[in-house]
Design a protein around this ligand. Structure first.
Ligand code: GDP
Ligand code: MG
Length: 230
């Protein structure tokens, strides 16, 4: 099976336009929608939580989580109080997570629109996919840009294996760098493989166990938002 997709040519830094209209039915600009995908346990929810803590004082934020049968990720974010509860919503996909973020995005679109109706104009909505494999990517009709989160404990050959998440996501995050010495992952090799797969598309290595661990991803989000507003 051939899983390596060529770069889709939108990696020059400007946001690839989403298939969805940029304005809400009442004419106001809708929020920038960012998707976070990646394998189970790589740190998607932890990254969402860290981004909320980092950005909530400067932006109007909301989160949509996707789980197969539960609302666990949303419940974690609620327990951690990363945002007021009315800004966190869960979609129960009931099937493979990629179905709800790519094939039939209606439940997620409705969740985003309900959030915007309920809490007023939003700057940014973060959509977390249920954990899936290396092929799960978001529909461009649902998100304006996507972050793919892998981690060093999942094996340092993951960037080399490619797949559309690794090769085409607008940002690749390699998380849990603090664990590299314990699991024998070679970060230099991961960086070289990621570069070979992604060309000029950005890659961030991060550890959320470190102070300011999410800073570079937050800076990337701010850049996307600035480009979106422009
Ligand atoms: N050591 C370490 N653990 C992390 C890091 N980021 C997340 N985790 C832990 O990894 C586990 C899975 O994270 P989670 O965000 O739930 O993964 P998700 O399934 O991708 O949403 C949790 O126990 C997190 O606390 C990190 O940078 N370093
Ligand atoms: Mg999660």
């Amino acid at each position: 099976m051939h899983l390596h997709h060529p770069h889709d040519g939108h990696g020059h830094g400007a946001p690839a336009p989403s298939g969805a209209a940029a304005r809400r039915p009442d004419g106001t600009r809708r929020a920038l929608r960012l998707g976070l995908g990646g394998p189970v346990g790589s740190g998607k929810t932890a990254t969402v939580a860290a981004l909320c803590r980092e950005l909530r004082s400067e932006l109007s934020l909301a989160v949509v989580t996707n789980d197969i049968y539960t609302r666990e990720d949303a419940e974690f974010l609620l327990r951690e109080a990363v945002l007021p509860p009315e800004r966190i919503t869960a979609v129960e996909t009931g099937a493979c997570p990629h179905t709800a973020i790519r094939d039939d995005i209606s439940a997620n679109l409705e969740a985003v629109e309900d959030l915007e109706d309920a809490v007023g104009p939003l700057d940014l909505v973060l959509l977390e996919s249920g954990g899936d494999n290396l092929t799960a990517t978001f529909s461009r009709g649902l998100v304006d840009a996507q972050i793919f989160v892998i981690d060093v404990a999942g094996g340092d050959d993951i960037p080399r294996k490619g797949g559309p998440g690794v090769t085409t996501a607008d940002l690749l995050v390699v998380n849990k760098t603090d664990l590299a010495p314990y699991v024998g992952s070679d970060l230099d090799r991961m960086a070289a493989d990621a570069k070979a797969q992604r060309g000029h598309l950005p890659v961030v290595f991060q550890s959320l166990r470190e102070e300011a661990g999410v800073d570079r991803v937050a800076a990337w989000v701010r850049e996307r938002l600035a480009a979106w507003r422009a």
